[in-house]
Every structure is written in structure tokens, then in C-alpha cells.
Write a protein that binds this ligand. Structure first.
Ligand code: GTP
Length: 201
């Protein structure tokens, strides 16, 4: 069976739920007391989809302002970026727009962008309308989903949709990947050397 390796990074404000989305996707679990990410963390997950194995190499970046300068190390080598905001925090949607601008200016030219409005289980506290976010995503030709890492809504779907958009020939999205794999789910704060380290700044 063909194996595709797909490099994906997650970007977005602190606390929007990037690590929780990755944790739900990779481990199918949710931790309400999860710690903020320091620097970045790396995980992999392989899923079978339509007679192909898709190995996602996932860089989960830290949203805290003090780590912002590190992000280019992770998005530069990525075939796709999931930019996350929190539907209960308008500010986080503005931060998302800044990430889109930065990716447009400094990211790989053909990077696939997915916008995830996370914490959709908290719709009573909603500050960002689904329509506004969808209209914005359409205007930049991005994938759009509302997700809940807590309730496992649209988490697998966003990864599969990304894999369908990444051309096979794209760096970080190609077929014919190496056969030697590290364990599929290294610890949350695995060192960047675990697999495919990002280029030095
Ligand atoms: N209700 C709800 N809470 C969530 C959801 N996803 C994450 N959280 C909570 O939001 C808080 C922040 O989650 P994280 O996954 O650490 O957020 P992050 O974006 O990775 O934050 P940084 O690592 O600082 O960038 C935690 O208390 C999570 O339990 C969700 O879908 N619903």
C-alpha cells in the first residue's frame, strides 16, 4: 500500500486548543488540564484512507507570544497549516488573520491552509459567527471547519480534508515515504530530532 508523508503545523493564539486537537487526533483523548506548549511539540499519526496510508508529521507550535518567532521553523517545511481560533474569543480570530498574512508573506507558496474554529461545544459563549469565519476562509481559499477537541467533532475530518488537498508532488506531501518510522506516538514534548527536524533558523 502506498504511504504518503504529510507535514502539518498548527498555528494560533495560546489557549485556543491546538495541542488538544492534536492529542484528540493522535491519542483520541482529551485533557482539560493540558499544559501550554513550550516551543513546539511533534507527533505522528498514520491513518488509512482510500487504499493509501497517510502519515501525518505534526508540529504543534506554542501560541504564547514569547514563542512566536519560532513558528517559521515549523511552517516553512510544512505542506499544510491548521490555523486554530477559539469560537468564544474574538481576539483569537484576529490573531488567526495575522497568521494568514504571515504565511502568505513568508510561508511556502502552495501551503494548504485549514481554519479550525475550536471549542464549538461552547456555542453558548460564542463570539465569532460561523458564517463570518466561513466567508473569511472562502475569501482566502482555505478549508474551514468548526471543531471540538473535547467532544471529538471534526478532528479526523480536518486532517483527511487536508490530505486530499495536498498535491502528491508537493514537498512535505509526497508519496514514496521512507519505510523506517519512529514510534507512531512519541511523547507530547518529543524533541524536534524525533523525525524530520525543521531547518535551522
Ligand atoms: N470546552 C473545550 N475546551 C477545550 C477544547 N480544546 C481545548 N480546550 C481547553 O482549552 C485549554 C487550552 O488548550 P490547549 O490545547 O493547551 O491550547 P493550545 O492552543 O495548545 O495552547 P498553547 O500551547 O499555549 O499554544 C485547555 O484547558 C483545554 O482543555 C474544546 O474543544 N472544548
Amino acid at each position: 500500500m502506498a504511504l504518503r508523508e504529510l507535514k502539518v503545523c498548527l498555528l494560533g493564539d495560546t489557549g485556543v486548543g491546538k495541542s488538544s486537537i492534536v492529542w484528540r487526533f493522535v491519542e483520541d483523548s482529551f485533557d482539560p488540564n493540558i499544559n501550554p506548549t513550550i516551543g513546539a511539540s511533534f507527533m505522528t499519526k498514520t491513518v488509512q484512507y482510500q487504499n493509501e496510508l497517510h502519515k501525518f508529521l505534526i508540529w504543534d507550535t506554542a501560541g504564547q507570544e514569547r514563542f512566536r518567532a519560532l513558528a517559521p521553523m515549523y511552517y516553512r517545511g510544512s505542506a499544510a497549516a491548521i490555523i486554530v481560533y477559539d469560537i468564544t474569543k474574538e481576539d483569537s480570530f484576529q490573531t488567526l488573520k495575522n497568521w494568514v498574512k504571515e504565511l502568505r508573506q513568508h510561508g511556502p507558496p502552495n501551503i494548504v491552509v485549514a481554519i479550525a474554529g475550536n471549542k464549538c461545544d461552547l456555542s453558548d459563549a460564542r463570539e465569532v459567527s460561523e458564517k463570518d469565519a466561513k466567508d473569511y476562509a472562502d475569501s482566502i481559499h482555505a478549508i474551514f471547519v468548526e471543531t471540538s477537541a473535547k467532544n471529538a467533532i471534526n478532528i479526523n475530518e480536518v486532517f483527511i480534508e487536508i490530505s486530499q488537498r495536498i498535491p502528491v508532488s508537493e514537498p512535505g506531501g509526497g508519496a514514496g515515504a521512507r519505510a523506517s518510522n519512529s514510534a507512531d506516538s512519541p511523547p507530547r514534548a518529543a524533541a524536534p530530532a524525533a523525525d524530520d527536524p525543521p531547518p535551522k533558523p
